[in-house]
Design a protein around this ligand. Structure first.
Ligand code: C5P
Length: 234
């Protein structure tokens, strides 16, 4: 348990609702919310902009060492606009959601050198406490000392439906089957990589959101937090 405040780690596969729920809980509790996927996406954005191969670990590592990444909470209360991510001063919040990033991000995220470089940034971001951090290796590697660890799951079909809806609402012309393929491919790479793979930490609570509304999942988690606090742990 952190002396400075509660630390909540959320992990799980792609398009499972981690961000939606994470932001809602953070808003409710007044916590800082950190989406670590956005960091890997921002690096991928820069790699593609520089026309580097996603397999060139040394060049990407050099690029990362010269890159400044910032996550800022903005004053807006809207969940859509909850935080902005900047790379070398440029706001890339929207651009990192492009399907092109989805297609490449896991290749970069599996490179050990890159993960090592980004670990210290993520640990630093979490040092204040009263945070929710979300990703793939948060409960296992980044914040193994988190007070509450949650691991989200949902069926492949449900996750595809949600991501498809999200992308088409933004105006992307994308095939349903392609969305499913990309999600599955990312999960495969993320869970099979050697270094810090997607995994459920031993003491993480499993949250299956397949047949639940956002409100139901939110309430389930708020109950877990309440129970944790009542047990005198914080
Ligand atoms: O969470 P999101 O789907 O935006 O993450 C994008 C990608 O970033 C993941 O598919 C994964 O390859 C990588 N990632 C990671 N470790 C994290 C968060 C994200 O490898 N902690």
């Amino acid at each position: 348990m952190s002396k400075k405040g509660l630390i909540i780690a959320i992990d799980g596969p792609a398009a499972v609702g981690k961000s939606t729920i994470g932001k809602l809980i953070a808003q409710k509790l007044g916590f800082l919310y950190i989406d670590t996927g956005a960091i890997y996406r921002a690096i991928t954005w820069k790699v593609l902009k520089n026309n580097l191969s996603v397999n060139n670990e040394d060049l990407i590592s050099m690029l990362v060492s010269k890159t400044q990444i910032k996550i800022n909470r903005v004053s807006s209360n809207s969940l859509k606009d909850y935080y902005h991510i900047f790379i070398d001063g440029k706001d890339v919040t929207e651009e990192i959601r492009d399907p092109k990033i989805d297609q490449n991000v896991s290749q970069i995220a599996k490179l050990p050198k890159i993960r090592k470089q980004l670990i210290s940034l993520q640990k630093k971001l979490a040092k204040e406490g009263n945070i929710i951090m979300e990703g793939r290796d948060i409960g296992s590697v980044i914040l193994p000392y988190a007070d509450i660890k949650l691991y989200f799951i949902a069926s492949e079909e449900e996750r595809t439906k949600r991501r498809y809806k999200e992308l088409t609402a933004k105006g992307y012309k994308i095939d349903y089957k392609e969305v499913k393929k990309q999600i599955m491919k990312r999960d495969e790479i993320d869970s099979q990589r050697k270094y810090a793979p997607l995994t459920k930490a031993e003491n993480a609570v499993l949250i299956d959101s397949t047949e639940k509304t956002i409100e139901e999942v939110k309430n389930e988690i708020l109950k877990i937090i309440k129970k944790y606090k009542e047990n005198g742990k914080k």
